[in-house]
Design a protein around this ligand. Structure first.
Ligand code: NAP
Ligand code: 3JN
Length: 352
């Protein structure tokens, strides 16, 4: 009989947690006992796993007895507070928050890119899942990096509201419904993206029909925390602190899937044709690149699946050894839930 593993999901009722549960089911992860944990607000709620009801319990220090793998997506504060308890109880924690990502004793892992780093989990019993925007970028960059080395990356993101959680998904829907209602009521004298009438809480501005160059808090250097995550995590995953990265992270009124325009300067030349060949053979990547027939990666095509889509591959006309690419992936799946479950798969296959 193949071994089964007892799995806890902390944050089971959230956008990422619910998707982790679905991905464990879809990928037929060898789960023995499953334990769903969330805040006291959700205590007693009943979710399902493989058709069986599972009651949600309050996340606490004693939640992890007998657990082999603890998948965390309950926010950074909970990860700081409870991941060490889970590790002490003998579980390996796979954490979706930024709490442990830059800890030198915690591996930061994208299975297509640096699966070997998982070996470092023993130091603290914790493995970190990178930020969603970093994950899809490094999946696309890795084969190019191995071929030509990278000097500098300039990236702009177009991030879906699901990255902020369920409340932001609901807010975009509510604002769009309010807009449609007003149009139906005949208020056609108002400007199309009329601001000021739609309640907003998830962001400092209305997100419907808008783009917000603001994700997470601003740092003193003028970049946001989200942008600096992309800088620091990319260097850690590729194990190359010499790579220069400048990021601009933008929230757009899309429900699922982040898109990224990435400009790369390599150490050596890479033609667009060579890049297409390397990316076509890369794990987890699907090249979608026939622009003359209107074929390029789209958020709506990435939604619900696990590939990182890469297209608009072209040589940069403004510099030597430069390429431009457009990269799209489902931020809740490959950007969070699927990546975490893939880490668990490598962990049990090679390390436990
Ligand atoms: P969400 O939809 O708001 O869900 C939050 C989850 O955390 C819910 O299950 C919630 O339980 C639980 N929670 C909140 N406060 C808690 C507490 N005091 N004790 C126990 N559980 C608590 O958010 P989400 O989008 O799923 O994101 C959750 C976390 O995942 C984020 O904070 C972030 O750290 C991480 N994340 C990572 C990525 C990535 O890029 N890899 C992307 C998105 C999110 P209740 O339902 O009971 O409130
Ligand atoms: O905004 C997005 O699109 C991704 C958000 C990720 C996120 C949201 C809240 C807290 C994170 C993260 O994974 O970096 C965190 C965090 O810092 O843990």
């Amino acid at each position: 009989m193949p071994r089964k593993y007892n799995v806890a999901v902390a944050g089971a009722t959230g956008a990422v947690g619910k998707t982790m549960i679905r991905v464990l089911e879809e990928r037929d992860f060898p789960v023995g006992e499953v334990r769903f944990l969330a805040s006291e607000r959700s205590e007693g709620k009943v979710l399902s796993f493989r058709g069986e009801p599972v009651t949600v319990h309050k996340l606490d220090h004693g939640s992890f007895e007998g657990i082999d793998i603890a998948l965390f997506s309950a926010g950074g504060d909970r990860s700081i507070m409870f991941a060490p308890s889970a590790a002490r109880a003998g579980a390996v924690v796979i954490d979706n928050s930024s709490a442990w990502r830059m800890d030198p004793d915690v591996p930061l892992v994208v299975p297509e890119v640096n699966p070997g780093a998982i070996a470092g989990y023993k130091a603290k019993g914790i493995i970190a899942n990178p930020n969603c925007s970093t994950i899809q970028m490094v999946v696309a960059l890795k084969p190019l990096y191995d071929f030509a080395g990278i000097e500098r990356i300039v990236v702009s993101t177009y991030q879906a509201v699901s990255g902020t959680g369920q409340k932001a998904i609901d807010e975009l829907e509510r604002q769009v419904r309010q807009w449609a209602r007003r149009r139906e009521e005949g208020r056609r004298d108002e400007p199309m993206g009329y601001v000021g009438r739609y309640e907003f809480n998830a962001y400092p501005h209305q997100i419907a029909f808008n783009c917000l160059p603001h994700i997470d808090r601003f740092n003193s250097n003028g970049y946001t925390k989200e942008e600096m995550k992309m800088v620091n995590e990319t260097r850690k995953i590729l194990e190359d602190d010499s790579i220069l990265v400048s990021a601009t992270a933008v929230r757009v009124p899309v429900f699922f899937s982040h898109s990224e325009a990435i400009n790369i300067r390599f150490k050596r030349p890479v033609s667009a044709e060579k890049a297409r060949e390397l990316l076509s053979a890369a794990p987890g990547v699907k090249v979608v690149d026939d622009p003359l027939n209107n074929v390029y990666p789209l958020a709506l095509d990435a939604e619900g699946q696990d590939f990182t889509l890469v297209g608009r591959i072209r040589e940069d006309i403004s510099q030597e050894n430069g390429l431009d690419i457009w990269v799209v992936a489902d931020n809740i799946r490959k950007g969070a839930a699927t990546n975490a479950v893939q880490i668990a798969e490598v962990l049990i296959r090679d390390f436990m």
